[in-house]
Design a protein around this ligand. Structure first.
Ligand code: HEC
Ligand code: HEC
Ligand code: HEC
Ligand code: HEC
Length: 434
Protein backbone atom coordinates (compact mmCIF):
# COMPACT_ATOMS: atom_id res chain seq x y z
CA UNK A 1 0.00 0.00 0.00
CA UNK A 2 1.08 3.54 -0.79
CA UNK A 3 2.00 5.83 2.06
CA UNK A 4 -0.60 8.37 0.97
CA UNK A 5 -2.55 7.53 -2.13
CA UNK A 6 -3.69 4.06 -1.44
CA UNK A 7 -4.55 2.71 -4.88
CA UNK A 8 -7.63 3.10 -6.98
CA UNK A 9 -10.84 4.34 -5.53
CA UNK A 10 -13.92 4.57 -7.66
CA UNK A 11 -14.37 7.96 -6.09
CA UNK A 12 -11.62 9.97 -7.68
CA UNK A 13 -12.63 8.56 -11.06
CA UNK A 14 -16.30 9.16 -10.34
CA UNK A 15 -15.45 12.72 -9.41
CA UNK A 16 -13.55 13.21 -12.63
CA UNK A 17 -16.06 15.48 -14.27
CA UNK A 18 -18.17 18.52 -13.69
CA UNK A 19 -18.53 21.59 -11.58
CA UNK A 20 -19.17 22.75 -8.09
CA UNK A 21 -22.06 24.80 -6.85
CA UNK A 22 -21.49 28.12 -5.10
CA UNK A 23 -21.96 28.12 -1.34
CA UNK A 24 -25.72 28.09 -0.73
CA UNK A 25 -27.21 31.21 0.82
CA UNK A 26 -27.23 30.97 4.59
CA UNK A 27 -24.79 28.05 4.57
CA UNK A 28 -22.42 27.84 7.50
CA UNK A 29 -18.70 28.35 7.10
CA UNK A 30 -17.79 26.73 10.37
CA UNK A 31 -18.40 23.32 11.91
CA UNK A 32 -18.60 24.98 15.31
CA UNK A 33 -21.60 27.29 14.96
CA UNK A 34 -24.11 24.93 16.57
CA UNK A 35 -24.14 22.36 19.33
CA UNK A 36 -22.58 18.98 18.58
CA UNK A 37 -24.94 16.19 19.57
CA UNK A 38 -22.40 13.33 19.48
CA UNK A 39 -21.70 10.34 17.23
CA UNK A 40 -24.22 8.20 19.13
CA UNK A 41 -26.95 10.54 17.86
CA UNK A 42 -26.10 9.47 14.28
CA UNK A 43 -25.10 5.88 14.83
CA UNK A 44 -28.27 3.94 15.60
CA UNK A 45 -29.17 1.02 13.36
CA UNK A 46 -32.18 2.88 11.98
CA UNK A 47 -30.00 5.87 11.06
CA UNK A 48 -26.36 5.83 9.83
CA UNK A 49 -25.44 2.59 11.60
CA UNK A 50 -26.61 -0.02 9.07
CA UNK A 51 -24.16 -2.82 8.39
CA UNK A 52 -24.83 -2.91 4.63
CA UNK A 53 -25.41 -0.02 2.22
CA UNK A 54 -29.12 0.62 1.60
CA UNK A 55 -30.34 0.80 -1.96
CA UNK A 56 -33.74 2.39 -1.39
CA UNK A 57 -32.45 5.65 0.10
CA UNK A 58 -30.32 8.45 -1.34
CA UNK A 59 -27.79 7.90 1.40
CA UNK A 60 -26.25 4.46 2.07
CA UNK A 61 -26.84 4.68 5.87
CA UNK A 62 -23.78 2.55 6.67
CA UNK A 63 -21.61 5.65 7.21
CA UNK A 64 -21.09 4.98 10.92
CA UNK A 65 -20.07 1.39 10.20
CA UNK A 66 -17.42 2.49 7.69
CA UNK A 67 -16.18 5.33 9.89
CA UNK A 68 -15.94 3.22 13.05
CA UNK A 69 -14.33 0.22 11.35
CA UNK A 70 -12.06 1.68 8.68
CA UNK A 71 -11.61 5.41 9.12
CA UNK A 72 -8.64 6.55 11.20
CA UNK A 73 -10.62 9.56 12.40
CA UNK A 74 -12.63 7.24 14.63
CA UNK A 75 -9.35 6.18 16.29
CA UNK A 76 -7.87 9.66 16.63
CA UNK A 77 -8.77 9.93 20.33
CA UNK A 78 -7.74 6.36 21.17
CA UNK A 79 -4.41 7.10 19.53
CA UNK A 80 -3.77 9.59 22.33
CA UNK A 81 -3.49 6.59 24.66
CA UNK A 82 -0.93 4.80 22.47
CA UNK A 83 2.71 4.28 23.50
CA UNK A 84 3.80 6.92 20.95
CA UNK A 85 1.43 9.50 22.45
CA UNK A 86 2.60 8.64 25.95
CA UNK A 87 6.17 9.16 24.77
CA UNK A 88 5.38 12.48 23.02
CA UNK A 89 3.45 13.73 26.04
CA UNK A 90 6.14 12.57 28.46
CA UNK A 91 8.77 14.63 26.62
CA UNK A 92 6.49 17.68 26.73
CA UNK A 93 5.66 17.27 30.40
CA UNK A 94 2.00 16.52 29.64
CA UNK A 95 0.68 14.00 32.12
CA UNK A 96 -2.32 12.75 30.16
CA UNK A 97 -2.46 13.40 26.40
CA UNK A 98 -6.05 12.16 26.09
CA UNK A 99 -7.05 14.91 28.51
CA UNK A 100 -4.83 17.64 27.06
CA UNK A 101 -6.36 20.43 24.98
CA UNK A 102 -3.21 20.69 22.84
CA UNK A 103 -3.84 17.14 21.58
CA UNK A 104 -7.65 16.96 21.71
CA UNK A 105 -7.94 20.06 19.50
CA UNK A 106 -7.08 17.89 16.48
CA UNK A 107 -7.62 14.34 17.72
CA UNK A 108 -11.24 14.81 18.75
CA UNK A 109 -14.31 16.93 18.11
CA UNK A 110 -13.08 19.50 20.60
CA UNK A 111 -16.09 21.71 21.31
CA UNK A 112 -16.06 24.30 24.09
CA UNK A 113 -18.25 23.78 27.16
CA UNK A 114 -21.90 24.52 26.45
CA UNK A 115 -21.53 23.64 22.76
CA UNK A 116 -22.24 19.93 23.11
CA UNK A 117 -25.52 18.02 23.33
CA UNK A 118 -26.87 16.99 26.72
CA UNK A 119 -26.50 13.20 26.63
CA UNK A 120 -24.78 11.54 23.73
CA UNK A 121 -21.66 13.62 23.08
CA UNK A 122 -18.40 11.85 23.98
CA UNK A 123 -14.99 13.39 23.44
CA UNK A 124 -13.68 9.79 23.21
CA UNK A 125 -15.43 9.37 19.84
CA UNK A 126 -12.47 11.15 18.25
CA UNK A 127 -12.95 13.04 15.00
CA UNK A 128 -16.67 12.25 14.79
CA UNK A 129 -19.36 13.03 12.27
CA UNK A 130 -19.99 16.59 13.41
CA UNK A 131 -16.29 17.51 13.42
CA UNK A 132 -16.71 17.49 9.63
CA UNK A 133 -20.44 17.81 9.00
CA UNK A 134 -21.00 20.59 11.52
CA UNK A 135 -23.08 20.73 14.70
CA UNK A 136 -26.37 18.89 14.13
CA UNK A 137 -28.36 20.84 16.73
CA UNK A 138 -30.60 22.51 14.15
CA UNK A 139 -30.77 19.80 11.51
CA UNK A 140 -30.74 16.50 13.34
CA UNK A 141 -34.53 16.38 13.52
CA UNK A 142 -35.24 17.52 9.99
CA UNK A 143 -32.49 16.21 7.74
CA UNK A 144 -33.91 12.69 7.39
CA UNK A 145 -37.38 13.88 6.43
CA UNK A 146 -38.16 12.92 2.86
CA UNK A 147 -38.83 16.54 1.94
CA UNK A 148 -35.54 17.93 3.32
CA UNK A 149 -33.19 19.06 0.58
CA UNK A 150 -29.43 19.42 0.90
CA UNK A 151 -29.95 23.17 0.66
CA UNK A 152 -32.31 23.07 3.69
CA UNK A 153 -29.69 21.12 5.63
CA UNK A 154 -26.97 23.62 4.77
CA UNK A 155 -29.23 26.48 5.84
CA UNK A 156 -29.63 24.75 9.23
CA UNK A 157 -25.90 24.54 9.78
CA UNK A 158 -24.73 21.42 7.99
CA UNK A 159 -21.20 22.04 6.68
CA UNK A 160 -20.80 21.90 2.86
CA UNK A 161 -18.21 19.10 2.81
CA UNK A 162 -19.00 18.34 -0.83
CA UNK A 163 -17.56 21.64 -2.03
CA UNK A 164 -13.80 21.74 -2.63
CA UNK A 165 -12.94 25.00 -0.87
CA UNK A 166 -14.93 24.42 2.33
CA UNK A 167 -13.61 20.85 2.35
CA UNK A 168 -10.00 22.02 1.97
CA UNK A 169 -10.49 24.57 4.75
CA UNK A 170 -11.96 21.90 7.01
CA UNK A 171 -9.33 19.22 6.46
CA UNK A 172 -6.43 21.65 6.64
CA UNK A 173 -7.65 23.08 9.93
CA UNK A 174 -6.20 19.89 11.43
CA UNK A 175 -3.89 18.60 8.70
CA UNK A 176 -1.90 21.84 8.58
CA UNK A 177 -3.34 23.69 11.57
CA UNK A 178 -4.45 27.16 12.59
CA UNK A 179 -3.06 29.92 14.78
CA UNK A 180 -4.65 28.15 17.74
CA UNK A 181 -3.73 24.55 17.03
CA UNK A 182 -0.47 23.74 15.35
CA UNK A 183 2.12 20.98 15.37
CA UNK A 184 5.14 23.08 16.27
CA UNK A 185 8.72 21.90 16.02
CA UNK A 186 8.59 21.28 19.75
CA UNK A 187 5.81 18.71 19.19
CA UNK A 188 7.70 17.29 16.20
CA UNK A 189 10.87 17.10 18.26
CA UNK A 190 8.95 15.17 20.89
CA UNK A 191 8.02 12.63 18.20
CA UNK A 192 4.77 13.83 16.59
CA UNK A 193 4.69 12.68 12.95
CA UNK A 194 5.34 15.34 10.31
CA UNK A 195 2.08 16.55 8.77
CA UNK A 196 1.61 16.63 5.03
CA UNK A 197 -1.56 16.95 3.01
CA UNK A 198 -2.94 16.85 -0.49
CA UNK A 199 -6.71 17.23 -0.81
CA UNK A 200 -7.40 14.88 -3.72
CA UNK A 201 -5.19 12.11 -2.35
CA UNK A 202 -6.44 12.43 1.24
CA UNK A 203 -10.03 12.46 -0.01
CA UNK A 204 -9.28 9.19 -1.79
CA UNK A 205 -7.47 7.77 1.22
CA UNK A 206 -10.21 8.47 3.71
CA UNK A 207 -12.38 5.35 3.32
CA UNK A 208 -15.38 6.78 1.44
CA UNK A 209 -18.64 6.54 3.39
CA UNK A 210 -20.65 7.97 0.50
CA UNK A 211 -21.37 6.83 -3.02
CA UNK A 212 -21.09 9.25 -5.88
CA UNK A 213 -23.98 7.92 -7.97
CA UNK A 214 -26.68 9.55 -10.08
CA UNK A 215 -28.75 10.83 -7.16
CA UNK A 216 -25.63 12.14 -5.38
CA UNK A 217 -24.66 14.11 -8.48
CA UNK A 218 -28.16 15.47 -8.71
CA UNK A 219 -28.20 16.54 -5.07
CA UNK A 220 -24.65 17.85 -4.76
CA UNK A 221 -23.22 18.42 -8.21
CA UNK A 222 -20.08 17.13 -9.83
CA UNK A 223 -16.53 17.83 -8.71
CA UNK A 224 -13.48 17.24 -10.89
CA UNK A 225 -10.44 15.61 -9.29
CA UNK A 226 -8.37 18.40 -10.89
CA UNK A 227 -10.45 21.04 -9.10
CA UNK A 228 -9.97 19.25 -5.79
CA UNK A 229 -6.22 19.10 -6.35
CA UNK A 230 -5.89 22.78 -7.32
CA UNK A 231 -8.19 23.93 -4.50
CA UNK A 232 -6.14 21.96 -1.98
CA UNK A 233 -2.94 23.58 -3.27
CA UNK A 234 -4.34 27.10 -3.14
CA UNK A 235 -5.87 26.72 0.32
CA UNK A 236 -2.73 25.06 1.67
CA UNK A 237 -0.50 27.83 0.27
CA UNK A 238 -2.78 30.61 1.52
CA UNK A 239 -3.06 29.07 4.97
CA UNK A 240 0.71 28.66 5.17
CA UNK A 241 1.27 32.30 4.13
CA UNK A 242 -1.27 33.43 6.71
CA UNK A 243 0.35 31.37 9.47
CA UNK A 244 3.73 32.82 8.50
CA UNK A 245 2.38 36.25 9.36
CA UNK A 246 1.13 35.15 12.76
CA UNK A 247 3.02 35.17 16.02
CA UNK A 248 3.60 31.43 15.55
CA UNK A 249 6.57 32.33 13.42
CA UNK A 250 8.49 34.18 16.07
CA UNK A 251 7.48 32.79 19.44
CA UNK A 252 10.47 34.40 21.10
CA UNK A 253 14.20 34.73 20.85
CA UNK A 254 16.42 34.02 17.89
CA UNK A 255 15.06 30.72 16.59
CA UNK A 256 11.98 31.01 14.37
CA UNK A 257 9.31 28.29 14.29
CA UNK A 258 11.16 25.52 12.47
CA UNK A 259 8.01 23.70 11.43
CA UNK A 260 7.63 26.27 8.62
CA UNK A 261 11.03 25.37 7.17
CA UNK A 262 12.08 22.48 4.97
CA UNK A 263 12.54 19.68 7.53
CA UNK A 264 15.10 17.76 5.54
CA UNK A 265 17.28 20.77 4.91
CA UNK A 266 18.36 20.11 8.49
CA UNK A 267 17.46 16.48 9.01
CA UNK A 268 19.76 14.63 6.69
CA UNK A 269 23.18 13.03 6.69
CA UNK A 270 26.05 15.41 6.16
CA UNK A 271 27.78 12.91 3.86
CA UNK A 272 24.79 13.06 1.51
CA UNK A 273 25.60 16.42 -0.12
CA UNK A 274 22.58 17.60 -2.07
CA UNK A 275 22.48 21.40 -2.33
CA UNK A 276 21.82 22.77 -5.82
CA UNK A 277 21.07 26.23 -7.17
CA UNK A 278 18.16 24.98 -9.31
CA UNK A 279 16.41 23.64 -6.23
CA UNK A 280 16.91 26.49 -3.76
CA UNK A 281 16.37 29.43 -6.12
CA UNK A 282 18.25 32.69 -6.57
CA UNK A 283 19.97 34.46 -3.69
CA UNK A 284 19.96 31.46 -1.35
CA UNK A 285 23.30 30.28 -0.04
CA UNK A 286 24.33 26.72 0.73
CA UNK A 287 24.03 25.83 4.38
CA UNK A 288 21.05 28.05 5.11
CA UNK A 289 17.53 27.06 6.17
CA UNK A 290 14.74 27.46 3.63
CA UNK A 291 11.02 27.89 4.04
CA UNK A 292 8.80 25.18 2.58
CA UNK A 293 7.52 25.93 -0.89
CA UNK A 294 5.80 22.74 -2.04
CA UNK A 295 2.35 24.23 -2.65
CA UNK A 296 3.76 27.37 -4.23
CA UNK A 297 5.69 25.28 -6.73
CA UNK A 298 2.57 23.24 -7.59
CA UNK A 299 0.78 26.52 -8.29
CA UNK A 300 3.65 27.68 -10.50
CA UNK A 301 2.97 24.58 -12.61
CA UNK A 302 -0.73 25.51 -12.84
CA UNK A 303 0.21 29.07 -13.79
CA UNK A 304 2.52 27.87 -16.52
CA UNK A 305 -0.28 25.77 -18.01
CA UNK A 306 -3.35 27.98 -17.65
CA UNK A 307 -2.37 31.37 -16.27
CA UNK A 308 0.88 32.52 -17.90
CA UNK A 309 0.08 36.13 -16.98
CA UNK A 310 0.36 35.15 -13.29
CA UNK A 311 3.55 33.10 -13.61
CA UNK A 312 6.24 35.76 -13.33
CA UNK A 313 4.66 37.29 -10.22
CA UNK A 314 4.26 33.89 -8.59
CA UNK A 315 7.87 32.89 -9.28
CA UNK A 316 9.25 36.23 -8.10
CA UNK A 317 6.96 36.18 -5.05
CA UNK A 318 8.05 32.67 -4.08
CA UNK A 319 11.77 33.47 -4.49
CA UNK A 320 11.29 36.67 -2.53
CA UNK A 321 9.51 34.78 0.27
CA UNK A 322 12.26 32.17 0.58
CA UNK A 323 14.89 34.92 0.77
CA UNK A 324 12.84 36.84 3.34
CA UNK A 325 12.62 33.64 5.39
CA UNK A 326 16.33 34.06 5.98
CA UNK A 327 16.28 37.66 7.08
CA UNK A 328 13.85 38.96 9.70
CA UNK A 329 10.25 38.52 10.76
CA UNK A 330 9.13 41.89 9.38
CA UNK A 331 10.43 41.28 5.84
CA UNK A 332 8.94 37.81 5.95
CA UNK A 333 5.54 39.13 6.97
CA UNK A 334 5.48 41.59 4.12
CA UNK A 335 6.73 39.02 1.58
CA UNK A 336 4.02 36.60 2.75
CA UNK A 337 1.37 39.28 2.61
CA UNK A 338 2.31 40.30 -0.91
CA UNK A 339 2.37 36.73 -2.19
CA UNK A 340 -0.95 36.01 -0.50
CA UNK A 341 -2.42 38.98 -2.33
CA UNK A 342 -1.16 37.58 -5.63
CA UNK A 343 -2.60 34.14 -4.83
CA UNK A 344 -6.02 35.60 -4.09
CA UNK A 345 -6.07 36.67 -7.74
CA UNK A 346 -5.52 33.01 -8.72
CA UNK A 347 -8.48 31.67 -6.77
CA UNK A 348 -10.50 31.34 -9.98
CA UNK A 349 -8.32 28.30 -10.77
CA UNK A 350 -10.20 26.47 -8.08
CA UNK A 351 -13.54 26.39 -9.93
CA UNK A 352 -12.32 26.74 -13.50
CA UNK A 353 -13.11 23.99 -16.04
CA UNK A 354 -9.90 22.25 -17.15
CA UNK A 355 -9.55 20.51 -20.51
CA UNK A 356 -7.81 17.15 -20.76
CA UNK A 357 -4.96 18.90 -22.60
CA UNK A 358 -4.52 21.37 -19.73
CA UNK A 359 -4.47 18.67 -17.03
CA UNK A 360 -1.96 16.80 -19.14
CA UNK A 361 0.15 19.94 -19.43
CA UNK A 362 0.18 20.48 -15.64
CA UNK A 363 1.27 16.88 -15.13
CA UNK A 364 4.10 17.25 -17.64
CA UNK A 365 5.25 20.49 -16.03
CA UNK A 366 5.38 18.86 -12.58
CA UNK A 367 7.58 16.11 -13.96
CA UNK A 368 9.76 18.64 -15.76
CA UNK A 369 10.25 20.60 -12.52
CA UNK A 370 11.39 17.37 -10.87
CA UNK A 371 13.61 16.34 -13.77
CA UNK A 372 15.26 19.77 -13.78
CA UNK A 373 15.96 19.38 -10.06
CA UNK A 374 13.68 22.30 -9.18
CA UNK A 375 11.33 20.05 -7.21
CA UNK A 376 13.60 17.76 -5.30
CA UNK A 377 13.42 19.01 -1.76
CA UNK A 378 11.60 16.19 -0.02
CA UNK A 379 8.38 18.12 0.70
CA UNK A 380 8.20 19.30 -2.91
CA UNK A 381 9.07 15.87 -4.32
CA UNK A 382 6.29 14.36 -2.22
CA UNK A 383 3.75 16.85 -3.61
CA UNK A 384 4.96 16.24 -7.17
CA UNK A 385 4.40 12.52 -6.80
CA UNK A 386 1.00 12.92 -5.12
CA UNK A 387 0.03 15.48 -7.78
CA UNK A 388 1.14 13.34 -10.72
CA UNK A 389 -0.85 10.45 -9.30
CA UNK A 390 -3.95 12.55 -8.58
CA UNK A 391 -3.89 14.05 -12.08
CA UNK A 392 -3.46 10.58 -13.55
CA UNK A 393 -6.73 9.58 -11.88
CA UNK A 394 -8.35 12.67 -13.37
CA UNK A 395 -7.02 11.75 -16.80
CA UNK A 396 -8.16 8.17 -16.33
CA UNK A 397 -4.80 6.75 -17.42
CA UNK A 398 -3.54 5.84 -13.96
CA UNK A 399 -3.40 2.11 -14.59
CA UNK A 400 -1.34 2.48 -17.76
CA UNK A 401 1.17 4.65 -15.87
CA UNK A 402 1.38 2.37 -12.84
CA UNK A 403 5.01 1.32 -13.28
CA UNK A 404 6.19 4.90 -13.74
CA UNK A 405 4.16 6.08 -10.73
CA UNK A 406 5.59 3.26 -8.62
CA UNK A 407 9.13 4.27 -9.62
CA UNK A 408 8.44 7.82 -8.42
CA UNK A 409 6.73 6.67 -5.20
CA UNK A 410 9.69 4.47 -4.36
CA UNK A 411 11.83 7.60 -4.17
CA UNK A 412 9.63 9.47 -1.64
CA UNK A 413 8.84 6.63 0.76
CA UNK A 414 10.95 8.10 3.52
CA UNK A 415 11.98 11.65 4.23
CA UNK A 416 15.02 10.62 6.20
CA UNK A 417 16.42 8.41 3.43
CA UNK A 418 15.37 10.70 0.60
CA UNK A 419 17.98 11.27 -2.07
CA UNK A 420 17.35 14.39 -4.17
CA UNK A 421 19.71 13.39 -6.96
CA UNK A 422 18.09 9.99 -7.35
CA UNK A 423 14.62 11.53 -7.32
CA UNK A 424 15.48 13.95 -10.13
CA UNK A 425 16.99 10.99 -11.97
CA UNK A 426 13.82 8.91 -11.56
CA UNK A 427 11.76 11.84 -12.86
CA UNK A 428 14.00 12.12 -15.93
CA UNK A 429 13.62 8.41 -16.60
CA UNK A 430 9.78 8.33 -16.46
CA UNK A 431 9.18 11.77 -18.00
CA UNK A 432 8.73 10.50 -21.56
CA UNK A 433 5.95 8.13 -20.45
CA UNK A 434 3.61 11.00 -19.55
C1 HEC B 1 -2.78 20.63 14.41
C2 HEC B 1 -3.40 19.36 14.70
C3 HEC B 1 -2.74 18.35 15.62
C4 HEC B 1 -2.32 18.53 16.91
C5 HEC B 1 -2.31 19.82 17.72
C6 HEC B 1 -1.87 17.23 17.37
N1 HEC B 1 -2.00 16.29 16.36
FE1 HEC B 1 -1.42 14.37 16.42
N2 HEC B 1 -1.87 14.15 14.44
C7 HEC B 1 -2.52 15.10 13.68
C8 HEC B 1 -2.76 14.58 12.35
C9 HEC B 1 -3.46 15.31 11.20
C10 HEC B 1 -2.20 13.28 12.32
C11 HEC B 1 -2.18 12.33 11.15
C12 HEC B 1 -0.99 12.61 10.30
C13 HEC B 1 -0.98 11.81 9.01
O1 HEC B 1 -0.97 10.60 9.06
O2 HEC B 1 -0.97 12.45 7.95
C14 HEC B 1 -1.66 13.06 13.67
C15 HEC B 1 -1.00 11.89 14.07
C16 HEC B 1 -0.64 11.62 15.37
C17 HEC B 1 -0.08 10.38 15.82
C18 HEC B 1 0.25 9.19 14.93
C19 HEC B 1 -0.94 8.33 14.74
C20 HEC B 1 -0.55 7.06 14.04
O3 HEC B 1 -0.83 6.02 14.57
O4 HEC B 1 0.06 7.13 12.97
C21 HEC B 1 0.09 10.47 17.17
C22 HEC B 1 0.62 9.38 18.10
C23 HEC B 1 -0.33 11.77 17.57
N3 HEC B 1 -0.77 12.46 16.45
C24 HEC B 1 -0.32 12.23 18.87
C25 HEC B 1 -0.57 13.55 19.23
C26 HEC B 1 -0.39 14.08 20.56
C27 HEC B 1 0.04 13.26 21.76
C28 HEC B 1 -0.70 15.41 20.52
C29 HEC B 1 -0.63 16.42 21.63
C30 HEC B 1 0.65 16.55 22.28
C31 HEC B 1 -1.07 15.71 19.13
N4 HEC B 1 -1.00 14.56 18.41
C32 HEC B 1 -1.41 16.98 18.66
C33 HEC B 1 -2.90 16.37 14.08
C34 HEC B 1 -2.55 16.94 15.28
C1 HEC C 1 -13.05 13.70 8.33
C2 HEC C 1 -14.31 14.23 7.89
C3 HEC C 1 -15.56 13.39 7.97
C4 HEC C 1 -16.04 12.67 9.03
C5 HEC C 1 -15.39 12.47 10.37
C6 HEC C 1 -17.32 12.16 8.63
N1 HEC C 1 -17.59 12.54 7.35
FE1 HEC C 1 -19.30 12.14 6.32
N2 HEC C 1 -18.49 12.98 4.66
C7 HEC C 1 -17.28 13.61 4.60
C8 HEC C 1 -17.02 14.00 3.23
C9 HEC C 1 -15.77 14.72 2.74
C10 HEC C 1 -18.13 13.59 2.47
C11 HEC C 1 -18.31 13.69 0.94
C12 HEC C 1 -18.79 15.03 0.54
C13 HEC C 1 -20.26 15.22 0.79
O1 HEC C 1 -21.08 14.52 0.18
O2 HEC C 1 -20.61 16.07 1.63
C14 HEC C 1 -19.07 12.98 3.41
C15 HEC C 1 -20.32 12.51 3.07
C16 HEC C 1 -21.24 12.03 3.98
C17 HEC C 1 -22.61 11.74 3.67
C18 HEC C 1 -23.29 12.05 2.36
C19 HEC C 1 -23.72 10.89 1.56
C20 HEC C 1 -24.53 11.33 0.37
O3 HEC C 1 -24.85 10.46 -0.45
O4 HEC C 1 -24.88 12.52 0.23
C21 HEC C 1 -23.20 11.26 4.82
C22 HEC C 1 -24.63 10.80 5.01
C23 HEC C 1 -22.18 11.26 5.84
N3 HEC C 1 -21.01 11.75 5.30
C24 HEC C 1 -22.36 10.84 7.15
C25 HEC C 1 -21.36 10.78 8.10
C26 HEC C 1 -21.54 10.19 9.41
C27 HEC C 1 -22.83 9.59 9.94
C28 HEC C 1 -20.35 10.31 10.04
C29 HEC C 1 -19.97 9.81 11.42
C30 HEC C 1 -20.22 8.42 11.72
C31 HEC C 1 -19.44 11.01 9.14
N4 HEC C 1 -20.09 11.26 7.97
C32 HEC C 1 -18.13 11.35 9.44
C33 HEC C 1 -16.43 13.86 5.65
C34 HEC C 1 -16.55 13.30 6.91
C1 HEC D 1 -10.61 17.63 13.79
C2 HEC D 1 -9.37 17.38 13.08
C3 HEC D 1 -9.43 16.72 11.70
C4 HEC D 1 -10.17 17.07 10.61
C5 HEC D 1 -11.20 18.18 10.49
C6 HEC D 1 -9.78 16.18 9.55
N1 HEC D 1 -8.84 15.29 9.99
FE1 HEC D 1 -8.01 13.77 8.93
N2 HEC D 1 -7.01 13.17 10.59
C7 HEC D 1 -7.00 13.81 11.81
C8 HEC D 1 -6.18 13.08 12.73
C9 HEC D 1 -5.90 13.46 14.17
C10 HEC D 1 -5.70 11.94 12.04
C11 HEC D 1 -4.81 10.84 12.58
C12 HEC D 1 -5.71 9.83 13.22
C13 HEC D 1 -4.94 8.71 13.86
O1 HEC D 1 -4.41 7.88 13.15
O2 HEC D 1 -4.89 8.71 15.08
C14 HEC D 1 -6.24 12.04 10.69
C15 HEC D 1 -5.99 11.10 9.69
C16 HEC D 1 -6.43 11.23 8.38
C17 HEC D 1 -6.10 10.32 7.32
C18 HEC D 1 -5.21 9.11 7.44
C19 HEC D 1 -3.80 9.59 7.23
C20 HEC D 1 -2.83 8.59 6.73
O3 HEC D 1 -1.61 8.90 6.83
O4 HEC D 1 -3.24 7.55 6.24
C21 HEC D 1 -6.70 10.79 6.18
C22 HEC D 1 -6.63 10.19 4.80
C23 HEC D 1 -7.41 11.98 6.54
N3 HEC D 1 -7.22 12.22 7.88
C24 HEC D 1 -8.13 12.76 5.64
C25 HEC D 1 -8.89 13.86 6.02
C26 HEC D 1 -9.73 14.59 5.11
C27 HEC D 1 -9.88 14.31 3.64
C28 HEC D 1 -10.33 15.56 5.85
C29 HEC D 1 -11.32 16.60 5.40
C30 HEC D 1 -12.50 16.09 4.73
C31 HEC D 1 -9.87 15.44 7.23
N4 HEC D 1 -8.99 14.40 7.27
C32 HEC D 1 -10.29 16.24 8.26
C33 HEC D 1 -7.66 14.97 12.12
C34 HEC D 1 -8.58 15.60 11.31
C1 HEC E 1 16.85 24.63 11.18
C2 HEC E 1 16.98 23.21 11.25
C3 HEC E 1 15.75 22.37 11.48
C4 HEC E 1 14.60 22.34 10.74
C5 HEC E 1 14.22 23.17 9.54
C6 HEC E 1 13.77 21.30 11.31
N1 HEC E 1 14.42 20.73 12.38
FE1 HEC E 1 13.79 19.17 13.48
N2 HEC E 1 15.38 19.36 14.72
C7 HEC E 1 16.37 20.31 14.59
C8 HEC E 1 17.20 20.30 15.77
C9 HEC E 1 18.37 21.19 16.02
C10 HEC E 1 16.67 19.27 16.61
C11 HEC E 1 17.17 18.85 17.97
C12 HEC E 1 18.07 17.66 17.78
C13 HEC E 1 18.55 17.12 19.09
O1 HEC E 1 18.05 17.49 20.15
O2 HEC E 1 19.41 16.24 19.03
C14 HEC E 1 15.54 18.71 15.90
C15 HEC E 1 14.80 17.65 16.37
C16 HEC E 1 13.79 17.02 15.64
C17 HEC E 1 13.22 15.75 15.96
C18 HEC E 1 13.61 14.87 17.14
C19 HEC E 1 14.87 14.15 16.81
C20 HEC E 1 15.43 13.36 17.99
O3 HEC E 1 16.31 12.57 17.71
O4 HEC E 1 14.98 13.54 19.12
C21 HEC E 1 12.27 15.49 15.01
C22 HEC E 1 11.40 14.26 14.91
C23 HEC E 1 12.25 16.62 14.12
N3 HEC E 1 13.17 17.54 14.52
C24 HEC E 1 11.41 16.75 13.02
C25 HEC E 1 11.36 17.87 12.19
C26 HEC E 1 10.37 18.09 11.17
C27 HEC E 1 9.24 17.12 10.83
C28 HEC E 1 10.65 19.29 10.58
C29 HEC E 1 9.91 20.02 9.48
C30 HEC E 1 8.50 20.29 9.67
C31 HEC E 1 11.85 19.79 11.21
N4 HEC E 1 12.23 18.92 12.19
C32 HEC E 1 12.52 20.95 10.84
C33 HEC E 1 16.56 21.13 13.51
C34 HEC E 1 15.63 21.38 12.52
Amino acid sequence: MRPFTQCVSALSCALAFGLQAPLAAGATDSVGDFRHMGVASCASSVCHGKIKPQQDRDVALNEYTIWSQNDRHSQAYNRLKSPLSTQIAGKLGIANPSGAKICLDCHADAMPAGKTGPTKFRISDGVGCEACHGGAEKWIETHAQPTATHKDNLARGMYPTEQPLPRATLCLSCHLGTRDKFVTHVLLGAGHPRLSFELEAFTTNQPAHYVVDADYLKRKGKIEGMNLWVTGQIENAERYLTLLQSNLLTPSGMIPELAFYDCFACHHQTDNIRWSRARVGPGINPGTVRLQKQNLLMLQAVAEAVGPDKLAELVAGTDNLIRAGQSDAQSLRSAAEKLLDGLRRCEGWSTRVYSVAEINAVRKILLRFAAEDRASDFGVAEQVVLGVESLSYSLNDHDRRQAALDALFDRVKSGANFNAVMFADAARRVQSQF
